[in-house]
Design a protein around this ligand. Sequence first.
Ligand SMILES: Cc1cc2nc3c(=O)[nH]c(=O)nc-3n(C[C@H](O)[C@H](O)[C@H](O)COP(=O)(O)O)c2cc1C
Length: 357
Amino acid sequence: MLYDSILRPALFGLDAERAHDSVVNLLCVLQRMPLGYRLLSLAEEENAPSLQTEVLGLKFPNPVGLAAGFDKDCRMAGILPALGFGFLELGSITLRPQPGNPRPRLFRVVGAEAIINRMGFNGEGALPAAGRLEALGRSPVPLGINLGLNKDCPHDGAPRDYAETFRILEPFGDYFAVNVSSPNTLGLRALQEKLHLERILRAIQDVNTARKPVLVKIDPDMPPEHLKDLAALLACLAAGVIVSNTTLSRDGVPGDWAMIRGGLSGKPLRDRSTRLVAEVYRLTEGKLTIVGVGGIFTGADAYDKIRAGASLVEVYTGLVYGGPGAVRRIRRELAACLERDGHKSIGEAVGKGHGPG
Ligand SMILES: Cc1cc2nc3c(=O)[nH]c(=O)nc-3n(C[C@H](O)[C@H](O)[C@H](O)COP(=O)(O)O)c2cc1C
């Protein structure tokens, strides 16, 4: 309420990246205050027992996580669980620091409840992130770490760079996501090609002595035959798939946005990513963990992705439009969907949209 009537109009009056920076600053201040966490979690409710779930060998208090890109430098991992998330995916983190693309590079498409971004992996690099995570201590929710790639890294150096970033951050993540699907680093998506991806995953698994789960984040624009080609490789070398990153399509947004370069997220991405979740689930015969992300604004949106085959879901744009109460509302609505359909747990609903057999 307060967000819809006061905070959001104030933030939406600012340039989108300045608004994001203001929210980051506010959360960092709250994180430093002794009562900051309590203050932000005042409206916190118990997680419904049906929402508690075990996936990838990890226990999640609920399946609604923060998507990558909101906390690229791991500044807010201490305070973000107060918003009700069941897990956080931090990053993307590149090996070396880099400034990202020139501003403006973040745009709200308000009428369509969408965002276009071409941030380009702006961040401080792996070492400062590792330092912050070391200082953080134990997190109340599982932490995922999303690995990006510096824009000056040639394709044949990618396995080495991803593996080195992984090695630096390995002690601090409960799972890892290999981001080969951002549309904002020239040529990155080509690393989804089978041979490249196999080299990257093997290089990471070579240094993954603790056998942490490694997932691959894919783009929503890949042709179905490519996906078919990838399914076997993913089933063999990854613990799961994150579906999906932002889209290059401009379906669902007014025509004048066609000229703005970057990846589109939010409502217009929702059904495209849900269809891809279903396709990955079908191709991998339900054997690979799927994290569903793209356009989740309500519990019903999350439930659709779960029925399509996702065991966990993530939110970014829905948080920008819905504010600090969004995650708790999505959780509540999701628990109601499960109850309505007679499911006692998330696991019972995963893939149920595919029918019996
Ligand atoms: C501003 C912004 C920055 C993002 N940065 C990253 C990133 O660094 N790494 C990544 O894997 N995904 C990134 N994403 C993509 C999100 O994690 C997510 O896959 C996508 O936005 C779809 O979810 P949504 O519709 O809930 O936003 C970013 C998205 C936005 C809006």
